[in-house]
Design a protein around this ligand. Structure first.
Ligand SMILES: [Ca+2]
Ligand SMILES: [Ca+2]
Length: 193
């Protein structure tokens, strides 16, 4: 007996003396069940040559037994690939949703504003990250007291803290330390050529 449960899903049940059934997914109708549901860059401003992390959440929203063994998750700035990785399908089905952290190294990336997106069975665009002169937190082309004070005001903070300011975490270690404040203070007076 053959039953169609939904578009693209057929179940074949063998006669009673052969107790066995199998569901088939028809590739051309395969739905977007492994969806990117969130893209979250840690920073909105990153110094050229420095790194920023990007969290990408992929969610499985279908019945068990999806035929693919893994899903490839790719993250992009505009049309350029940052990195891709694959998640085992079985793990995704068990967990329901998985958040992956990618690291974007902006070495060689032109200064400018970029849309961040990720793909799995779908594409999800979220968040704009500006690549600028390192330490120029406010993107005005100069390293001024405004930039220094933004980092200094966040001194001692980490994620979850009310003064946490990821754009000032130049070394991406989840802490605004003396190293971060020194990084911007040491460039005081520089301007974007
Ligand atoms: Ca500035
Ligand atoms: Ca830091």
């Amino acid at each position: 007996m053959v039953t169609q449960w939904q578009d693209g899903e057929l179940e074949v049940v063998w006669p009673a003396d052969q107790p066995y059934s199998k569901k088939f997914w028809l590739p051309s109708w395969m739905p977007n069940l492994r969806s990117i549901t969130d893209v979250e860059p840690y920073k909105t401003v990153v110094g050229q040559g420095l790194t920023s992390r990007i969290n990408v959440t992929v969610t499985y929203d279908g019945p068990p037994g999806y035929p693919e063994v893994s899903v490839t998750v790719s993250v992009y700035y505009d049309d350029e690939l940052i990195e891709e990785t694959s998640v085992p399908q079985m793990f995704l089905e068990l967990a329901g949703s998985v958040t992956l952290t990618f690291t974007w190294n902006t070495t060689g990336v032109a200064k400018g504003s970029y849309n961040i997106s990720a793909t799995a069975d779908n594409i999800y665009v979220d968040g704009v990250v500006n690549v600028g002169m390192p330490s120029d937190i406010d993107l005005d082309g100069w390293i001024t007291i405004a930039d220094v004070s933004k980092a200094a005001m966040a001194f001692g903070s980490s994620p979850g803290h009310p003064r946490w300011f990821p754009n000032g975490d130049f070394d991406d270690d989840d802490f605004i330390t003396i190293a971060d404040v020194s990084f911007v203070a040491g460039r005081f007076g520089e301007y974007d050529p």
